[in-house]
Design a protein around this ligand. Sequence first.
Ligand code: 13P
Ligand code: SF4
Length: 381
Amino acid sequence: MSSFDFKSAISDQSMDEQKALIESFSNISDEEVMIRIASLKQELSAKLIILGHHYQQAEIIQFADIIGDSLFLAQKAASIEKEFIIFCGVHFMAETADILAKPMQKVILPDLGAGCSMADMANIIEVESAWKKIHEVLPAGEKVIPITYVNSAADLKAFVGKHHGYVCTSSNAERVIAKAFEEGSKILFFPDQHLGRNTCYKMGIPLEQMVLYPHPRGGSGSGSDLHFTLDQKIKVILWEGYCSVHQGFTKEQILQLRKESPHTKVIVHPECNFEVVQMADQSGSTAFIVEVISKASSGSSFAVGTEINLVSRLAKLYPDKEIRSLSPFQCLCSTMYRVHPRALLASLTSIKNGRPINVIKVNEEVKTLSKLALNRMLQLG
Ligand code: 13P
Ligand code: SF4
C-alpha cells in the first residue's frame, strides 16, 4: 500500500451545496434558526443523533444528545444505532465516528472547515519517513510501538493499525502507553508532543529518556537532510506537534494567579506545555476537568487551562463556584467554533431533503486498518 492510498475522502458532496443552503437562510433571524433546528431535530429524531464535543459553543451544545470528550464520543459512536450521526466537533472526530460506525450509518460534520491545527502537524508521508529514519538508527533488538493521539487524520490511525500500534485520547493515554511498553522498548508518539511528554513523565519516565523528533516541515529539523540519532536509553520519541490553543497557557499566568488568588486551584488539559502541567494542581482531559469542577464543593475556585467555550459553560453551570480561564486572553479553538447554528441547520435540512451534505467517508482500506487501532484502544477502556 503506498502512502497516497491512505488518503480518505472528505465528503461526497460539494461545499457549494452547504453554501447554497446557508444562503437560503440569510433572511431568517438567529432566533428563527434555533426554532427550525429544534423542530427538525424533533422531526428527524427516529433516525438522527447529535454528538457534541465539550468545546462546542453553547448554542450548539443545547442541541447535542450526547456531550463528551474524544474518548466518550468515540465509544458512543461505536454503539449508536441511528442512521445519521451529526458530529458537532472537528474533522478527526467525525472521521473516527465514521470508522467505528456501521456500514449503513452516515456521519455528518456541519462545517468541513472544522479541522484541528494540531492534527495537521503530522501527515502520512512525514510519519512514514520518520518511521524509516528511526529504524535506520534503532539499536539492534529494540522495538518501537507507534501511538497516535486521536487528534490525527484517519490515515495515521491506519498507519498505527498496520504497525501494531495504538490510538489514544487524553483520557486513556496512560493506559495505552503502559500497554505499548509491554510490547516494545520504545514508543513513537504523534502528533502532540505535550500529551506524550506529560503522560510519560507522570508514568515515571524521566525527561532525559525522551527525545523530540525534528519536525520535517520546520521546527528544529528540515526535510531530507534531517539529522536524527537514537540512544539506547531513549524510550520515548515525541513528534514536534502542539495545540496552538493550549500553547496560550503559560507558567507566568500561574505565577501571577498564585500571587493574586492563592486559594484558586489550577486545572489544565495535558495538551498544555510541561511547565504548565507541572505547576498546575491537576491536569486531565476535558471530561476530567468537567468532572472535577462539577464535584467540587460550593464556593471553590478554579482557573482552567483549556478552551474558552468549555470554561464559560462551566462558569454558567456552576454560579456558586468561581470558574475562570487561566489566561487573560481568549483561548478559543476557532475550528470548533466554525460549527455554528446555521451550519447545523443546513445539515438537518439536507437530511430532511434526502440529500445529506458533508458526509464524512473514510476510504475502506484506511477504515479497516484504523478500526483495528481504534478497537485496540477501546479494548483498553
Ligand atoms: P479531549 O479528548 O480531552 O476532549 O480533548 C480533545 C481536544 O481536542 C483537546 O484540545
Ligand atoms: Fe485541535 Fe487544539 Fe482545537 Fe483541540 S483545541 S481541536 S487540539 S486545535
